[in-house]
Design a protein around this ligand. Structure first.
Ligand SMILES: C[S@@+](CC[C@H](N)C(=O)[O-])C[C@H]1O[C@@H](n2cnc3c(N)ncnc32)[C@H](O)[C@@H]1O
Length: 225
């Protein structure tokens, strides 16, 4: 009971703060706190944000990369226009969305963000498997467009397949750290993995998450020019 009360107070605090500061979501504070601690954004960076609706992370990313930076967001749900930010409505597990991203983004990214979350069905291991599956798609995006030395911030619902994901990330990045920002609900099972120093040297076959979440392979080829 006490835990639930604390959780609700925490939620309300960040909700009100977001409203007062004109951010579209409480989640804005998560990426702010992550950036303050891990130095994710630099002025002029090119950023891809996966699972970007309603746009809280996009707002923070744009503020931090400035006028010269480029920020693009992808989500299943439409994102109301934000000044200076490009958005795509689509499912990142679909070829058509990946193709559109490659077309609009042109070239390489300094930072990839993924706050993607599956629809929570209430069955923990299924929600966890779906979250891992979405993470694998974010890793696919890194393999296609993340610059050598680039960064990835990715959300995952913690569970027994977490170590498979961690291994995939450690094969690709010089540094991989797991973090839970203060703005995450205390009772949440979400964690953020902060990956730096993209190696960009090998195409490691992706671990196919078990069991029922079948991974579709992309047929669209990356364009690094
Ligand atoms: C927690 S919300 C993101 C909040 C966002 N970071 C913000 O600050 O406003 C998770 C989002 O992931 C999106 N999502 C889930 N699966 C997706 C997929 N396959 N492709 C694109 N977006 C997806 C959902 O539609 C949802 O809007």
């Amino acid at each position: 009971m006490h835990e639930r009360w604390l959780d609700e107070r925490h939620h309300e605090y960040y909700y009100k703060l977001a409203k007062r500061m004109n951010y579209r979501s409480r989640a804005s504070f998560k990426i702010m706190q992550i950036d303050d601690r891990f130095n994710i954004f630099k002025e002029g960076d090119r950023v891809v944000d996966l699972g970007a609706a309603p746009g809280g992370w996009l707002q923070v990313a744009k503020e931090r990369v400035g006028e010269k930076g480029f920020v693009i967001g992808v989500d299943l749900r439409p994102i109301k226009p934000l000044p200076g930010i490009t958005t795509i409505t689509g499912d990142i597990t679909d070829d058509a969305t990946m193709k559109r991203l490659l077309e609009l983004f042109h070239g390489q990214a300094n930072v990839i963000l993924s706050d993607m979350a599956p629809n929570i069905g209430g069955h923990y291991s299924t929600d966890h498997a779906r979250s891992i599956n979405l993470c694998m798609y974010a890793v696919d995006v890194c393999d296609r467009i993340l610059k050598k030395g680039g960064k990835l911030v990715i959300k995952v619902f913690y569970g027994d397949m977490f170590n498979d994901l961690r291994k995939v990330l450690e094969e690709r990045f010089a540094s991989v750290r797991v973090h839970s920002p203060d703005a995450s609900r205390p009772t949440s099972s979400e964690v953020y993995v902060i990956c730096k120093g993209f190696l960009a040297e090998k195409k490691v076959p992706l671990v196919v998450p078990k069991p029922e979440d079948k991974k579709k392979e992309f047929t669209v080829k990356g364009n690094f020019s």
